[in-house]
Design a protein around this ligand. Structure first.
Ligand code: ZN
Length: 143
């Protein structure tokens, strides 16, 4: 099996952005030998040497490398999926991005149900109506 890049990207034609489409978890062990730096890489059940050639004779690989992989096999960082937090632009609630679409639909349906009652209340507050203390800060300037 040929060596694969640890992270494979593809261009998304809609957004022109590179999107991570596949992760090939690997672990590398570096060491010095008589010829310089040497690497043993473990990826998807196969071992590769410094030049990314597959090592078929597993006796070449130091036992401590095999033990380390057996004890702690490499796993993809996205194995459980990302948790993306987003904020509702209507009420400011924080939630998982996957719930946001339904949340906006709830806002829309509530607004639709309240449409008649909103028209029944005066658009311009009367002089008798108490003015909200939270609103119209800009109008208070100079008073
Ligand atoms: Zn909301």
């Amino acid at each position: 099996m040929a060596y694969r890049l640890p992270h494979e990207f593809e261009i998304d034609r809609a957004t022109s952005r590179l999107e991570l489409v596949r992760e090939n978890p690997e672990v590398s062990f570096g060491m010095w030998n008589e010829r310089g730096a040497a690497w043993y890489r473990y990826q998807l059940g196969h071992w590769y040497d410094t030049g990314f050639n597959e090592i078929t004779n597993l006796d070449e690989i130091p036992q401590w490398c095999k033990d380390a992989v057996a004890k702690n096999p490499p796993r993809g960082s996205r194995s459980f999926g990302p948790t993306v937090t987003d904020v509702c632009r209507i009420c400011g609630d924080e939630m998982n991005a996957s719930d946001l679409n339904d949340h906006y639909l709830d806002h829309y349906n509530r607004m639709k149900d309240d449409a008649g009652t909103l028209l029944a209340t005066p658009a311009v507050p009367t002089k008798d109506a108490p003015e909200s203390t939270k609103k119209h800060d800009a109008n208070r300037v100079g008073r």
